[in-house]
Ligand binder design. Structure first.
Ligand SMILES: [Zn+2]
Length: 166
C-alpha cells in the first residue's frame, strides 16, 4: 500500500521595533528589538504553520488564527503550531520532516539553533532530526539587511497516516 505524500511551503515577514521582545523558534532571544505582531510574532513558527497547512491542502494561518481575534492576542506561537499539527492530523496527515530558514541581520541566532530544534520538534511531535532550522543574512541588502525586519521560510513533507484498522 502506498501512502500519499505531499509537500508544503510557507513564508512569513515581520517588522522589527525597538523595545519589543524577540521570540523566534519558540524561544526568547536577547535582542534590542522584536517583531510587531498580534501574537508573540514568532515568524519561524508562522512560516512552519503555513507550510503544514499548505501540504494538507488547507487555508493559511490567518484563516485559522485571525489577527482580529482577541483569543490570539499575544499568544505563544507554540500553541498555534500544536493546534496546526492537530488540524492536519484530523485531515489524516502526519509530518515527515520540516526544513526552515530564518533570514535576519542581527542578532546572530547560531547559538540558539539547537534549542529551537529541540523545542520545535517536541511541539510538533517529531524527532529533532526531522526539524531543521537554518539561518542566513541578506549581506546587509534590503529591509532585513538594514535590520528593519525578519523573514522566515519553511518547507515540509507530510504523509497520509496509516488508517487505524490496517
Ligand atoms: Zn507572522
Amino acid at each position: 500500500m502506498t501512502l500519499r505524500q505531499r509537500i508544503g511551503q510557507g513564508i512569513d515577514f515581520h517588522r522589527f521595533e525597538e523595545g519589543r521582545e524577540l521570540w523566534l523558534g519558540g524561544i526568547h532571544i536577547q535582542s534590542s528589538k522584536g517583531c510587531v505582531a498580534h501574537s508573540d510574532g514568532d515568524v519561524l513558527i508562522h512560516a512552519v504553520c503555513d507550510a503544514l497547512l499548505g501540504a494538507a491542502g488547507l487555508r493559511d494561518i490567518g484563516f485559522y488564527f485571525p489577527d482580529s481575534s482577541d483569543e490570539f492576542k499575544g499568544i505563544d506561537s507554540k500553541i498555534l503550531l500544536r493546534r496546526t499539527v492537530d488540524i492536519i492530523s484530523e485531515k489524516g496527515f502526519r509530518i515527515v520532516n520540516i526544513d526552515s530558514t530564518v533570514c535576519l541581520e542581527s542578532p546572530k541566532i547560531g547559538p540558539y539553533i539547537e534549542s529551537m530544534r529541540k523545542i520545535l520538534s517536541e511541539t510538533a511531535g517529531i524527532d529533532a532530526d526531522s526539524f531543521t532550522v537554518k539561518a542566513t543574512t541578506t549581506e546587509k541588502m534590503g529591509f532585513t539587511g538594514r535590520g528593519e525586519g525578519i523573514v522566515a521560510m519553511a518547507v515540509c513533507l507530510v504523509s497520509e497516516k496509516m488508517s487505524d484498522n490496517i
